[in-house]
Write a protein of this length. Structure first.
Length: 101
């Protein structure tokens, strides 16, 4: 068995691989397979709001929240989450706000 076992697969293993057979004893030329590309995917970290976990603002003001998710390969795609809230805590009471634009 001339298999290549990669365990555990690491990000550095993301590469092109090829099988090769050396020249034969009778002078036959060596042969090579086509290349196979191994792509290693890495799940992104959970998304987080850059400005922090607890924010305070005043009514009738605009607030912009930046959402990031790091370390993914390929990089995570974060959609527009403006006005998509759940379990939004307001003072003096708690209300659920599910608003989409």
């Amino acid at each position: 068995d001339f298999s290549l076992d990669i365990f555990p697969v690491m990000l550095d293993d993301d590469a092109r691989y090829q099988c090769q057979v050396g020249p034969g004893l009778s002078g036959e030329p060596g042969i090579r397979s086509k290349f196979a590309s191994l792509t290693v995917l890495v799940p992104p970290e959970p998304p987080r709001i850059v400005q922090g976990d607890f924010l305070v603002t005043t009514e009738d003001r605009e607030i912009e929240l930046e959402c990031v998710s790091l370390a993914g390969k390929p990089a995570a795609e974060i959609g527009d989450t403006k006005y998509k809230f759940s379990n939004l805590r307001t003072s003096p009471k708690i209300q659920n706000l599910n608003r989409k634009t």
